[in-house]
Each structure stands twice: as C-alpha cells, then as structure tokens.
Design a protein. Structure first.
Length: 229
C-alpha cells in the first residue's frame, strides 16, 4: 500500500483528497498539511511513497518545494492552473491533475502511482508466488494465472490447466504480491492479467470462456492502461 501525505493551502482541497483516498485500498493518506514548512519537516523524518502537492501556494510554489526534497518521492501535482503542467512533468511527476478533479481522474492518478511503486519494489526475477491453501504452500506461476476472484475474505485463483486454488486472503493483499502492470484490478471482486485478455466488449472482459465485468470505479484506470499497450 502506498503511504502518502498531501500539502495544500486550501483545507477544503485537503478534505477532498482525504475523502477520495479513503475510498481506495491502494493508498493510505497518513497526514495532510496546509503549511509547507510542516510538511517538509515531516518528510525529512518520515520518508513516504507519494506526495499530493498543490502548486500555487502563498509561501512557496509546489514546484520549488518538490525541488528541495532531500530524497526521491513520487509526486502528483494538484492545481487549478494548467500552465504549470509542462514544468511539473519536467520534474518527472507521476501525474498532474487539474482542480476540480473527479474521483475517476483521481483514481487513475493513484493507480498509475501504485503501478510505478510496485515496479520499483518488486523482484524482477521472481516469476511465481506461494499461496497457503489446503494445509499446504502451493507454488503458482504468474504466467499460469487466468484471473483471480474475491469472495469476502477468500480468493479463488483460476489457473490454466489446473484445479482452482481457494485461499484465505483478500484481493488487496494478493494484488501487492503480483507484478505490475501485468495484473490489474477491474472490479471489487476481480483481478485479471492483461496478457490473458482475449477481448473486451461492453465493459465485459473475456478470458477463455469466462466473462468478467469491469466496474465503474475501476473503468477509467483499466482502459487507460489498455490504451498504453
């Protein structure tokens, strides 16, 4: 899970960010700040994964604040002024979202950051995971997974040419163990590997003979990812 903070001189903007973060499993907004000096002190003491950063602030611009950071942190710039976009991306910003932004646009930005974070932290040589099921540890190759279905606190891992594995685990936990951006959540109950998708029609994913729905809350990030392929 991404650990993040937010800096914005407008309390209402911070309330929106907090509300949106509370609706996503991929991120934990640890603290919010209206004063840049307080945020800077916190970041020096507690290195984090992601920073939501307003650009147009009275004491210091978000651009200058980010340049001062003592260590590399992913940043999503938030501002009402589109003219800052080019400079933001020149700093290798993860994303840049214009106020007022929708939850869908916010989700897309966080999914992008989460994929980037997993890519930076995963072991590129690991091609499998072990799942505890049926009183055993079962080795499952990532390349054999067709899709994963969530049922409350249980998972059904559908595997090519093998018996489905049922394990006591949540989708949120297993998603952290899967390589990104190959595996993507498309519904509160489903994770799919991009390479196994046969086709997508009317917000339905077809994998072999299975039909998997794409829910509204994951739709924007999923189709944005497909368009990059």
């Amino acid at each position: 899970m991404l650990k993040a903070i937010a800096l914005d001189d407008e309390p209402l903007a911070l309330e929106v960010l907090q509300s949106f973060c509370n609706q996503m499993e991929e991120i934990s907004l640890e603290k919010t700040f209206t004063k840049s000096e307080d945020a800077f002190k916190y970041l020096k003491k507690y290195p984090l994964d992601l920073l939501f950063l307003d650009i147009n602030m009275p004491s210091i611009s978000g651009i200058d604040f980010y340049k001062k950071l003592p260590h590399k942190t992913m940043v999503i710039f938030t501002t009402a002024y589109s003219e800052y976009a080019v400079e933001g991306f020149n700093l290798s910003a993860t994303d840049y979202i214009l106020k007022p932004f929708t939850f869908s646009r916010f989700q897309q930005a966080v999914e992008k950051a989460h994929s980037q974070w997993k890519l930076q932290n995963q072991n590129p040589e690991q091609l499998y995971l072990f799942i505890r099921a049926d009183y055993s540890l079962i080795k499952i190759l990532f390349s054999d997974i067709l899709f994963i279905e969530g049922l409350d606190d249980y998972l059904k891992i559908h595997i090519r040419n093998q018996k489905t594995v049922v394990a006591r685990m949540t989708l949120k936990v297993i998603l952290e163990k899967l390589p990104s951006p190959e595996f993507v959540r498309v519904h509160r109950s489903f994770i799919v590997p991009i390479s196994k998708i046969d086709k997508v029609r009317n917000k339905i994913i077809y994998i072999n003979d299975e039909e998997i729905p794409v829910s509204a809350s994951y739709e924007a990030a999923f189709f944005a990812m497909l368009n990059k392929e």
